[in-house]
Write a protein that binds this ligand. Structure first.
Ligand code: C5P
Ligand code: ZN
Length: 467
């Protein structure tokens, strides 16, 4: 932990020398909560800022940055070389947890600080170790915000945002630095935890109707939902948070027996487990907060997501309608998949699917891999995104593999596979071993899928080769 904290301290000192900062972050829940934490900490330190949320960091964007202090969150490791090339005259802080795919240039200069627990020169170790746990960008941003504070407890109230970011990236909150964040937040009453249904908040009817994580067979089917609620004697308009302990238990039992009947793949722990209440935030339920912020980012309104992190109560209504829109898109694709199972195509080492809705690619891939096609690497291809002005059309790809399958599939690393396959067709990609993405030129989908299939086969083969 020493190396990491040393760099966090160095970053905090570097920030103090400035009165203006540019913050750049990623458009998912982790990226937006990370940007929310840094923006709030800057505001409280009297430092002006301009925060921008992007879906990817490319050469042209980096080249165009002209601020004296630039803070990258949830990205930047893969672009370390470009950052060094174009921003060597600036002061740069990178708060990232993406796997370095190529040997990193020596970014540690007087003016650049890389805080990435997966980079040896950050922690002094080559892999994330048990002591650190798996920290996301929001967690790292929180550590920095705490260092930027004047007194012992300043910025501790931002812990809820760090926890929401960690839920967004599906990382454990029970060990390492994440546990430390949870413990200090609990002690100060910033969050509360209890065991219960992991359905998020809102009306119970909507929570089940739009339940995609876990994806329960009732999602999208109003009559089924009402029939189940009738059977357990719970009014659909009742808020999840208002259920009595007894009602919650009754509902959990009914849902679990339904899951057992329809889909043995869903673990009980996906439906019932620790729930986090974010006492300081404008949406208190941790899962609902995370998913709402995520939907804002993915549907092109990241500023609403940032506003939620800055505790703008007025934005809750707009943000909630974006969340419901996002969930409807997901449910509609998932229901389509149930009706048209042949839309999932198979190759030797992966399965793939062309999505019709915009903005949901990554999340959909994760749900399919976790709850529907659990024995395969799932690749979702999205040819629907509009081309940005002045740019050629791109296809977005997301690949996911559930953690149980990864544990069985020695050698598989989706980040590396997606990076190599996209590079082979003139695109870019990367991410994490279980969750990776890529953008490729329109029209190169087949070539890309063939390359990805071959690379995954090679990864498997290498791990099986006798040494
Ligand atoms: O886009 P998607 O949600 O599938 O991204 C999964 C992960 O892959 C994210 O952590 C994202 O930062 C990363 N990614 C990447 N390069 C891309 C697309 C996604 O590193 N071109
Ligand atoms: Zn992240």
């Amino acid at each position: 932990m020493m190396g990491l904290q040393k760099n966090v301290k160095k970053a905090a000192e570097l920030i103090k020398r400035h009165d203006y900062a540019r913050v750049i972050s990623h458009y998912d829940a982790d990226g937006i909560t990370a940007a929310g934490i840094i923006s709030t900490a800057l505001l409280r330190s009297g430092i002006q800022f301009h925060t921008t949320i992007v879906s990817k960091l490319d050469r042209a964007f980096i080249q165009g940055l002209d601020e004296e202090l630039i803070i990258f969150c949830d990205m930047g490791t893969a672009q370390a070389e470009l950052i060094q090339q174009y921003l060597s005259e600036r002061e740069v802080i990178i708060l990232d947890h993406h796997v370095p795919l190529a040997p990193l240039p020596d970014v540690h200069t007087a003016s650049t600080v890389l805080i990435n627990p997966l980079c040896a020169n950050t922690t002094g170790k080559s892999k994330m170790d048990g002591e650190l746990g798996e920290i996301c960008a929001a967690g790292l941003s929180y550590l920095l915000a705490r260092r930027m504070s004047g007194t012992e407890k300043d910025n501790l109230d931002l812990a809820g945002l760090a926890i929401a970011g960690t839920l967004g990236d599906k990382l454990p909150l029970t060990n390492g630095i994440n546990k430390m964040i949870v413990d200090e937040a609990l002690q100060e009453g910033i969050i509360s935890v209890k065991k219960g249904l992991r359905l998020g908040d809102g009306k119970i009817r909507d929570a089940i109707l739009f339940s995609t994580d876990p994806y329960i067979p009732l999602a999208g089917k109003l009559e089924w939902v009402d029939a189940l609620l009738g059977k357990v004697g719970i009014a659909g308009d009742k808020k999840v948070r208002d259920l009595s302990v007894e009602e919650e238990k009754r509902l959990a039992d009914a849902l679990l027996s339904l899951l057992r009947k329809y889909n043995a793949e869903i673990h009980e722990s996906a439906l019932v487990g620790t729930t986090y209440r974010l006492n300081a935030e404008v949406i208190k339920n941790g899962l609902t907060f995370m998913r709402t912020v995520d939907a804002c980012g993915r549907l092109g309104s990241p500023s609403i997501g940032i506003g939620l992190c800055l505790r703008e109560e007025d934005l809750v209504e707009d943000a909630t309608s974006l969340y419901l829109k996002f969930q409807s898109k997901l449910v509609s694709e998932l229901n389509r998949l149930e009706r048209e199972a042949n839309s999932i195509k198979e190759r030797q080492n992966l399965s793939y699917f062309f999505v019709q809705e915009r903005g949901i690619t990554g999340v959909l891939a994760g749900i399919i891999a976790d709850y529907l096609y659990t024995g395969t690497i799932m690749v979702v291809v999205n040819t629907q995104e509009r081309a940005e002005e002045g740019k050629t059309a791109e296809t977005k790809i997301s690949a996911r593999c559930n953690k149980r399958l990864l544990a069985k599939s020695k050698g598989i690393d989706l980040a590396k596979a997606m990076e190599q396959a996209s590079r082979a067709v003139g695109g870019m990609g990367g991410g994490h071993p279980v969750a990776a993405g890529a953008s490729i030129p329109s029209g190169s989908e087949e070539l890309f899928l063939a390359a990805l299939d071959r690379i995954l086969g090679e990864q498997r083969g290498r791990s099986q080769a006798p040494s």
